[in-house]
Design a binder for this molecule. Structure first.
Ligand code: SAH
Length: 217
């Protein structure tokens, strides 16, 4: 795509966005560096350049949104990604979050239930030379064929923690997910100690689009 140009102006806008996210409380320098590396404007229509670098969520089609940069940073920080971590993301959307995870050295697997979004994002990420493996399907099932994972990140509001996620997580692994069916959801981090024991922490309220059941075209 010839329209994929990352100019000094874009880089400058991105630096400002990163400083804004830092000022809001993100401390993990690796997360901030990853955000500075990924050209967020590639994930939005070119006519929305200014909006791409504001700390706001934005529609990406099929009734879905690219999460607010601060929310992406929070979830990424909570996930404590290390180099070589095998990460499953539920809700590929624009692919922006998947690229941030990959910048941190993760091997990324991501599921999207909207076929149109899945196809569009698959084309974009390969154009950008990202290696994340994308799947079209229902995230509630996880991705049994590629399990186990070290981390699972859910980027849509989950009504509960699906059993498949714990089953497909390595001992010592983490799940970060927003839980709730109302207007806002509680951000939770679940640590799997072993097959019988988990630990749970809460991190305040966020607003996500709901995680939905069956695949849709
Ligand atoms: N991580 C995304 C944000 C996506 S918004 C980004 O960086 O842009 C949440 C996404 O989850 C939407 O694209 C929505 O279609 C998807 N989704 C909702 N329910 C799902 C499910 N059951 N399985 C997989 N994806 C789902």
């Amino acid at each position: 795509m010839t329209s994929m140009i990352d100019s000094y102006r874009h880089k400058g806008m991105r630096k400002k966005l990163v400083e804004e996210v830092r000022a809001k409380g993100i401390r993990d320098e690796r997360v901030l560096t990853a955000m500075e590396a990924v050209p967020r404007h590639f994930f939005l229509d070119s006519s929305f350049l200014e909006i791409a670098y504001q700390d706001k969520p934005f529609p990406i089609g099929s009734g879905q949104t690219i999460s607010q940069p601060y929310t992406v940073a929070c979830q990424t920080e909570l996930l404590k990604v290390e180099k070589g971590c095998k990460v499953l993301e539920i809700g590929t959307g624009s692919g922006y979050q998947a690229c941030i995870l990959e910048e941190l050295g993760a091997r990324v697997f991501s599921i999207e239930r909207h076929h149109v979004l899945y196809k569009k994002t698959k084309a974009l990420l390969s154009e950008m030379n990202y290696k994340a493996k994308l799947f079209y399907g229902d995230g509630y099932q996880g991705l049994p064929a590629f399990a186990p994972f070290d981390r699972i990140l859910v980027t849509a509001a989950a009504p509960y923690l699906p059993k498949a996620f714990l089953e497909q997580l390595n001992p010592g692994g983490l799940i970060v997910l927003p839980v709730g069916t109302g207007d806002s959801q509680v951000m939770k981090r679940i640590k799997k100690i072993d097959d019988k024991k988990t630990e749970e922490e809460n991190f305040g309220y966020f607003r996500f689009v709901p995680m939905l059941g069956n695949k849709v075209r």
